[in-house]
Design a protein around this ligand. Structure first.
Ligand SMILES: [Zn+2]
Length: 83
C-alpha cells in the first residue's frame, strides 16, 4: 500500500488501488479524531455518512491522475468494497 497524506488535514492513510472503481483506504488513526472533515460529517447519533474525508479523496484522485498512484498488482483481498 502507498502512504498518502491528506492535502487538507495532513492525516496519513494507506491506499491501495485495485481498479478504477475500487480503491482501498486504510486509516492509521481513528478517523473521527484524525480528520476534521470526517468529524464534521458525523451526525448527532455518531454515525458518519461519508466513507472518507472528501479532501483525502481529492488528494488520492490527484495522485491517480498524475500517475503517482498506480494500479495495485495484488489481487482483491476480499470481495466487495472497502472504501
Ligand atoms: Zn482530511
Amino acid at each position: 500500500m502507498e502512504s498518502v497524506n491528506c492535502n487538507s488535514c495532513g492525516n496519513r492513510v494507506l491506499v491501495e488501488k485495485y481498479s478504477d472503481a475500487h480503491t482501498s483506504i486504510q486509516w492509521l488513526e481513528d478517523a473521527s479524531t484524525a480528520c476534521p472533515e470526517f468529524e464534521e460529517s458525523r451526525t448527532k447519533d455518531g454515525r458518519v455518512f461519508v466513507p472518507t474525508c472528501p479532501k483525502l479523496q481529492e488528494t488520492i484522485d490527484d495522485l491517480i491522475m498524475s500517475g503517482q498512484l498506480g494500479l495495485s498488482l495484488r489481487s482483491y483481498p476480499v470481495p466487495g468494497r472497502l472504501e
